[in-house]
Write a protein of this length. Structure first.
Length: 239
């Protein structure tokens, strides 16, 4: 067995047998969607189990990051970054992917937390009381979990996603993934705008244009508080 063959076995090579550039776009949309759905239900199950073990409470809490659909964009973004990573660095060992996942997950979680506080004036997670936390935004143990999730996705989940993708007729897939991409962009934008407007309402700022008036009418606080139940307002001068 040649050295080249041994190196190629470091990663699931079948992931990269894509015939068209468009396939990378389609597969990226699919991976982002599956990662977002996985993240939502992972968080919900984790919180359900945690509450039951520590408090004896059976409670299914919402953990969606977008208004429409059970989608958590932080996990979708993480899955998409991992897909881009393995397309760029195909011949790495599993422990190298673990290290990449460790840092990708930690940086992504930290940046998302800071961005949420700056743009929307809320905080959805605070690890200040956790062991080995980094500014309350992430922790070393959770970064280790991110690394393990990345390895599992690369060697177990991604091959299944690729097989699923290959079953979709090419012409149908091209149309479906374009529509799905448009929906995801809309969902991300409208969710961000609605939550940003909620932060302005929280500070007593009246609507200044049609979009803000539309958000006040169609995305009131009661609706958004139900979706983002774990988002806690923060004061800038107390951060």
């Amino acid at each position: 067995m040649s050295e080249k063959t041994k190196t190629q076995k470091a990663a699931p090579k079948r992931l990269f047998e894509l015939e068209r550039r468009k396939d990378y776009f389609n597969l990226g949309v699919l991976i982002f969607t599956i990662g977002s759905i996985f993240g939502t239900y992972y968080e919900q199950i984790f919180m359900y189990v945690t509450l039951y073990i520590h408090q004896g409470i059976k409670l299914w809490l919402p953990r969606s990051g977008l208004i429409y659909g059970p989608l958590s964009p932080i996990y979708g973004t993480g899955a998409l970054l991992v897909f881009i990573m393995i397309c760029r660095w195909r011949n790495k060992k599993w422990y190298e992917y673990f290290v990449y996942g460790f840092f990708i997950g930690g940086v992504l979680e930290y940046v998302m937390a800071v961005g949420q506080e700056l743009l929307f004036g809320t905080r959805s997670w605070d690890y200040s009381d956790k062991y080995l936390n980094i500014g309350g935004k992430t922790t070393i143990p959770y970064m280790l979990v991110w690394g393990a999730i990345v390895v599992a996705f690369i060697y177990l989940v991604f091959p299944l996603i690729f097989k699923l993708y290959k079953l979709i007729p090419r012409k149908i897939g091209d149309i479906v993934f374009k529509i799905l991409a448009i929906f995801l962009i809309f969902d991300i934008l409208i969710s961000g705008i609605a939550v940003y407007r909620q932060n302005l309402r929280r500070h007593g700022i009246e609507p200044r244009n049609f979009i803000e008036r539309y958000c006040d009418t169609h995305y009131p606080d009661d609706l958004l508080n139900g979706i983002y139940e774990n988002a806690v307002p923060v004061e800038r001068n107390k951060q």
